[in-house]
Each structure stands twice: as C-alpha cells, then as structure tokens.
Write a protein that binds this ligand. Structure first.
Ligand code: GLV
Ligand code: MN
Ligand code: MN
Length: 399
C-alpha cells in the first residue's frame, strides 16, 4: 500500500471529526475522531513498511529503520482546537508520510534512523496544557501535574490516559535520547509568507506564551428579581478582564492577549452566575511584557471584583519561554532550500518544547487566508507540494 500525495492523504481524513455545530474540526485527544485519526496513521505508516508504536505518553512513532539513537524525526500532531482548521497539525503528518514515500521510491537509503512522530494533545484543547505529549516526554511537565488535569466534563487526565492504555506516563528519557534532530512542518498561522510571496519558510522563533485561568466567585441569583444594587455578579469582573487584556497588550508592541473561553456557572439566560471562569492566553516578546500584561489584567479584575462584592483569583496554568530555533540547523536547511526566509511566529508547537532539548527546526507552508485555529485556515495545493519537496530535501540533507 502506498501513502500517496500529501493532498490525497489530507482528503482521506477530511470527514474525520468535522464539527457541524462550530464549523471546522474538533479532534481532541482520545475522543472518537482523534482515535480514528490514530488508526488511520497506523495503517498509512505501516503501509510504508514503517514500524509503528505508541510511547508511554500516547505519542505515535513510525520508524524507518531501527529506532534511534541520533534519529532524524519529523511529524506534528493530529488533534485540533475546537472548531479548528484542517491543516494545523495534519499537514505536518501527511507531509512527513508523503516525504518518506518519495524517499523510498527514489531508492534513498537513510544513514540514520528516521521516524515520523504524532504528538498527543498538542493544542491542549481537552486538558488545558498545550503540547502535553511532548512536555510529558521531555519531563517539562510532571506526572503529578498531568495526573490531575481535568477535561470539561471533569475527567482527569490520569484516568483517561489509563483507559487509553497509558499506565506509565511521564518523562521518557529513552525516547528523547533517540531524537538526534526534529523537524516539524506546519501550515503558517499568519501572513508572513503571503507578504513575502513565497510558499515555504523556516521557523526562527516563538513568542513567550502562557495560559492563565481567572476565577471570579459571586452570588448566583434571579435575573428578574435581584435589584442591581443587590447583585454580586461575577460576569462583570470577567468582562473587565476581557477589556483589560486588550488594553494591556495594545500598550506593548508585538504582544497579544486573548480571552477565548469563558464559562459562567451555572450558565442560564435568566440566572446571575455564581461563578465565572475565563481563560487568558498571553504572548509577548519578553517575559517582562508577558508578566506585566497578566499583572495589569489581574489588577483590573481585582478592582472590578471588589466593586461588585466578588472574589477573584488568577492562576497560571502553563508558561513557555521564548524559543529560538537552532541557528546552525536553520541556516543549513535554508541554504539547502535556496535561502528561504526565516519567520518568527506567535504560535506554540511541539517543536518549541523539543527545542529546549535537541536541535530543532520548523518549515512553514503558506496559508492563503492568513487565518488559523478557524475553518478558513488553508494551504494551496502548490504550496503543499512545495512544502513536501522542502521536507524531502531537508531529510536528505540531514541523513
Ligand atoms: C497552538 O497552536 C497555540 O499556539 O496555541
Ligand atoms: Mn494550533
Ligand atoms: Mn499545530
């Protein structure tokens, strides 16, 4: 069985995990859609003669040749944000399979082990921490912390993981030691390559980024009978957080702050909430800017909470420092590809986690919409072919 082109592979999974309600795709770690994608990956990778296994953290590995050490590893993820696009993650996986098939057909014999990896829960859409699979593998996230992470239904990661057969999740020094170099191909999530009018670039850096949960507690009550002066409505401080986040980010060049998820409890049109949780994503050029934005939002929420008779807390759920991809590796790849541009990004990636441990690089593929984490995310056929071509040449150069 052959893997076929990256475009053909993307078409094979175009109906998996479609979200009729939100639009786009919802594929979350260990849900039905994500399991279907895992099965599909195993079938496709096995069809290329690769040996497929799942590591202790639920990451899938498909090996061409004996596993490690000093392996060249490429791949990405198959999970999505809620209502996400078709390319964030899957493009890197299908391109890796297509590249390996192309290398096999050309008679190429790798001098180092080569593997395709599919990292688990890259988006953190189910358990709240992005790049969970790579953070666990590297030891960047402790078992104790992972154990208690909860999904929206209150299920703990530890229980879900054990149900999925992962009885021993946590740092995996053997898996990490096998990775000699990691290259992740990814759809571009901004407009850099559109502006440069070129289909492929290499990653230069990733912004500092983190996630914070803002909890505001008030008094649940009746929307019709509770006079305004008698209310302790936690939605007001939550609303002040949304506005403060925009204000604080706008005051610091290159920064972004987003509240994309708000959960009022109990959540009824005619009910003043008793509690509101809001999740804030902050990204900036420096840790100082990031911390200042969070502090400013926390102060605005505290003021609004005091005025409304509510209590507020702000909890850091995750933090990642700035990533600068290995300059020597980036230069080598750019030269191999004919001096393609180097682009910074505000998006997080498993490559960003691994960059703290092994030489790591990223290839970006032009996205004509410039939109990502939404159904309009895309990549034109010619750019996808150029991306696969770039990955083939990169793997050849590194072998
Ligand atoms: C992942 O795509 C992120 O940047 O949050
Ligand atoms: Mn993403
Ligand atoms: Mn991604």
């Amino acid at each position: 069985m052959t893997a076929g082109s990256a475009l053909g592979l993307l078409r094979e999974i175009e109906d998996v995990g479609r979200d009729r309600h939100r639009g786009g795709y919802s594929r979350h770690v260990f849900d039905d859609a994500e399991r279907d994608l895992r099965d599909w990956f195993v079938e496709r990778a096995s069809g290329l003669g690769l040996d497929v296994s799942t590591d202790r953290n639920g990451n899938l590995w498909a090996w061409w040749g004996e596993p490690g050490p000093d392996a060249i590893v490429t791949g990405s993820h198959l999970d999505s944000v809620p209502g996400g696009g078709a390319h964030d993650g899957p493009l890197g996986v299908v391109s890796a399979l297509a590249a390996i098939e192309r290398l096999q057909q050309s008679g190429f014999a790798p001098t180092r082990p080569l593997a395709v990896v599919v990292f688990a829960e890259e988006e953190g859409s189910r358990f709240g921490i992005a790049c969970l699979g790579s953070r666990l593998l590297t030891g960047a996230l402790s078992v104790e912390r992972a154990e208690t992470l909860q999904d929206a239904s209150g299920r703990r990661f530890g229980d879900v993981a054990r149900d999925a057969g992962l009885h021993d999740f946590g740092a995996d020094p053997e898996a990490l030691a096998r990775i000699g170099v990691f290259v992740e191909l990814h759809v571009e999530q901004g407009k850099g390559l559109i502006d440069l009018d070129t289909p492929v670039g290499v990653g230069a850096s990733i912004l500092e980024h983190g996630r914070w949960r803002i909890d505001v507690r008030g008094q649940g009550n009746h929307a019709g009978t509770t006079a305004l002066v008698d209310r302790r409505d936690p939605m007001l401080p939550a609303a002040s957080a949304v506005l403060a986040a925009r204000r604080a980010a706008a005051a610091r060049s290159g920064s972004r702050a987003t509240i994309g998820r708000v959960e009022p409890v109990p959540g009824g049109t005619n009910v003043i909430a008793s509690r509101v949780s809001a999740w804030m994503d902050v990204r900036a050029d420096s840790e100082q800017d990031t911390r200042e934005i969070v502090a400013e939002v926390a102060a605005a929420v505290a003021d609004a909470a005091a005025a409304e008779g509510c209590e507020a807390t702000v909890i850091e759920e995750s933090y990642s420092g700035e990533v600068r991809f290995d300059p020597a590796l980036r230069g080598r790849i750019a030269a191999t590809l004919g001096d393609v541009p180097a682009l910074p990004t505000g998006a997080g990636h498993d490559a960003g986690v691994l960059a703290g441990y092994v030489p790591t690089a990223m290839l970006f593929v032009r996205n004509p919409s410039g939109v990502s984490h939404a159904p309009e995310e895309g990549a034109d056929d010619a750019a996808i072919e150029a991306g696969v071509d770039a990955l083939v040449r990169t793997l050849e150069e590194l072998s």
